[in-house]
Design a protein around this ligand. Structure first.
Ligand code: HAM
Length: 413
């Protein structure tokens, strides 16, 4: 038997309905905020991710599915969507008429991580990006939309945490301040953080290791070292969030694992998924479009992990019930049931029947399994009379109905 690859999952019927519900809710809510869908390829040039996510990040250093294709091109299966969306935005000059674009996407992403609950090698994101607005109203709007999406799903978790990572003016200064603090505690840090001390010292702040947590307690915070512009931007973002009625907490140790972020960063976190606490995350990336060769246009966005959202939705039932199950006794009745089924399906009614003419008992068991809203039982007498009993399964009420698809469809609606 050939099995699937570790960390790559099938999403089977029964589960897929939950996914469809999540996707449909995202499309509906994002539509209210004026977002249009963009579909981006799964394979991109490796350089795109190196340049955007950053060479010293875990994703680029350790997790990318990169290979050389038959044409000797270095390509990578996308580990995230933002870089591709911005590549498309620049390549197709979407900014030419209007720099402001509101785009959303959904689909599989690939990272070679250690698979566990909520963490997979092929996982799925639903993401949204806004370009061309630096005003903090848009930061608040993007966060409000994300919280609105979770509220529409009926989830009270996750909760929103925000931070600011400053800009190319204030972050390097803060970085040196943090390095000075860490220098004296270097031997207490985990090997990863020791290694990243020169290249990416901020990561020590959100490292999960207990030693790093202890060593960095009382470390200087970016929020206390923002330049005036970033400080104003963060304060205004907070005011707009309050105006929008969006509840948040400040987490001044949030760092994010991708290098392109500037200013506002955020995570929607939950305590319900064990080690995988981030259900959605994102932030502002005001330098990315220019770094990728485009004009100096700002951006902000987020992505959620669909597997994690589905886990939070838990056992809720999303499977679609068929409208009607037709049970039929005998060959002729089976043929009549088949004719009715085809006619009804064309009229937009979802119908199931037993194709193999099993016993009535077995057909009724199947009907129970489908949990159809109505059942119709056709035997010899019904064929002769041209009528059968249509039963509403939830209420138990029943009545005769003529064996005509249009009449049955009318009764069911
Ligand atoms: P990220 O934090 O790397 O950000 O991923 C966003 C979300 O994807 C995470 O919060 C998590 O729910 C989900 N996720 C990440 N890795 C895995 C995995 N291995 N298995 C399951 N779920 C996972 C980004 O990707 C940015 N592009 C977000 C963004 C958009 N920033 C600005 N715009």
């Amino acid at each position: 038997m050939i099995t699937g690859i570790k960390g790559f999952n099938d999403i089977l019927p029964g589960e897929v309905e939950r996914w469809q519900h999540i996707e449909a809710t995202a499309r509906r809510v994002f539509g209210l905020y004026g977002f249009a869908e963009i579909r981006i390829p799964i394979l991109e040039k490796t350089d795109l991710f190196r340049r955007s996510i950053g060479d010293t990040t875990d994703i680029v250093e350790k997790e990318m599915y990169s290979f050389v294709d038959k044409g000797e091109n270095a390509v990578t299966m996308r580990p995230e969507g933002t870089a591709s969306v911005m590549r498309a935005y620049i390549e197709h000059k979407l900014y030419a008429q209007d720099p402001v674009a509101k785009l959303y996407y959904m689909g599989p992403m690939f990272r070679y991580e250690r698979p566990q609950k909520g963490r997979y090698r092929q996982f799925h994101q639903i993401g949204a990006e806004v370009t061309g607005v630096t005003d903090p109203k848009v930061d608040a709007q993007v966060l409000t939309m994300l919280c609105h999406f979770f509220a529409e799903l009926g989830l009270s978790e996750p909760t929103l945490q925000i931070n600011s990572l400053g800009c190319p003016e204030c972050r390097p200064v803060y970085r040196e301040t943090l390095k000075t603090f860490l220098r004296e505690r270097l031997d207490q840090l985990c090997d990863d953080c020791k290694r990243r001390y020169e290249t990416n010292p901020l990561r020590a702040l959100d490292c999960k290791s207990a030693h790093c947590k202890e060593a960095t307690a009382g470390a200087p915070a970016m929020l206390d070292h923002l330049c005036a512009g970033c400080d104003d931007h963060f304060a205004a973002t907070r005011r707009h969030l309050e105006r929008a009625g969006t509840i948040y907490a400040i987490n001044n140790r949030m760092v994010r694992g991708l290098d392109y972020y500037t200013r506002t960063t955020f995570e929607l976190v939950t305590g319900l998924l064990g080690a995988q606490s981030a259900v959605a995350a994102g932030g502002r990336y005001d330098g990315l479009i220019a770094d990728l060769g485009g004009p100096a246009i700002s951006g902000i966005g987020f992505a959620m992990g669909v597997e994690r959202v589905a886990l939070l939705l838990g056992g809720q039932e999303f499977a679609r019930r068929p409208d009607l199950f037709i049970a039929a006794l005998g060959g002729e009745s089976q043929d009549e049931a088949f004719r009715l089924m085809c006619g009804l399906q064309r009229l937009g009614v979802s119908v199931e029947m037993d194709y193999e003419g099993k016993s009535l008992k077995s057909q009724m068991r199947r009907s129970d399994k489908f949990n159809a809203r109505f059942t119709l039982i056709i035997g010899g007498d019904e064929l002769v009379n041209g009528k059968a009993v249509l039963k509403a399964m939830d209420t138990g009420t029943q009545g005769d109905v003529v064996l005509d698809p249009a009449v049955i469809a009318e009764q069911i609606r």
